[in-house]
Design a protein around this ligand. Structure first.
Ligand SMILES: [Zn+2]
Length: 164
C-alpha cells in the first residue's frame, strides 16, 4: 500500500518574525511577500508553506489565534471554509494539479508543527509525484523557488484582500 499522505512528516512550517511569535499571527503584519502571504480575507489568511511538501503547498488559517477548531466562531469557520474552497480553485487554475491532499493536524501528537494556531494544509498532487523536499533534497534552494511559486500564484489569488 502506498502512503500518499504523511502529515506527521511535515517539517515545521517556519519561524515567525524571529521573535518566537506564532507564524500565522506574524503573517498578518509586515511585508506579505517576505512572509509568503498570498492574501487575507475578513477572518482568514492564505500563505505558502516555507517547507513545502509539494510545489504550491499552501496553508489556510483563521486570523484568530486558536488551537481548537470547535472554538472558532461559526462565521469565522464559514470564512475559513470558503477561503479553502476558493484557494483550491485558484491552485487548479494555475498549477493544474490532478489531485489535492487537505489536512489539519490538531495537537502535537497529531503532528502539528504549529500547535497553537490551527491551519489547513493544502497540498497539490500530480500522478507519480514524490515528496518535493526529497526531490529537491536541499532546503537551500527553496527561497528562490518559493519566490517563483509566489509570483506565479499571486495573480490567481487576487480575490483575497477584497479583490474579485
Ligand atoms: Zn497565531
Amino acid at each position: 500500500m502506498r502512503i500518499l499522505w504523511a502529515p506527521w512528516r511535515m517539517a515545521y512550517v517556519g519561524a515567525g518574525g524571529g521573535d518566537g511569535r506564532c507564524i500565522f499571527c506574524a503573517a498578518l503584519e509586515g511585508d506579505p511577500r517576505e512572509r509568503l502571504v498570498l492574501g487575507t480575507t475578513r477572518a482568514s489568511v492564505v500563505m505558502l508553506n516555507r517547507y513545502p511538501y509539494q510545489n504550491g503547498h499552501l496553508m489556510v488559517a483563521p486570523r484568530r489565534h486558536t488551537a481548537a477548531l470547535p472554538d472558532l466562531p461559526a462565521d469565522e469557520h464559514a470564512d475559513l471554509a470558503e477561503t479553502l474552497r476558493r484557494a483550491l480553485r485558484s491552485l487548479e487554475a494555475t498549477l493544474r494539479p490532478q489531485g489535492f491532499n487537505l489536512g489539519m493536524n490538531l495537537g502535537a501528537c497529531a503532528g502539528a508543527g504549529v500547535v497553537d494556531h490551527l491551519h489547513w494544509h493544502v497540498v497539490p498532487r500530480w500522478a507519480g509525484d514524490t515528496n518535493f523536499m526529497t526531490t529537491l533534497a536541499e532546503a537551500r534552494v527553496m527561497p528562490q523557488h518559493l519566490d517563483e511559486t509566489f509570483g506565479r500564484l499571486a495573480p490567481a489569488f487576487r480575490w483575497l484582500d477584497g479583490g474579485d
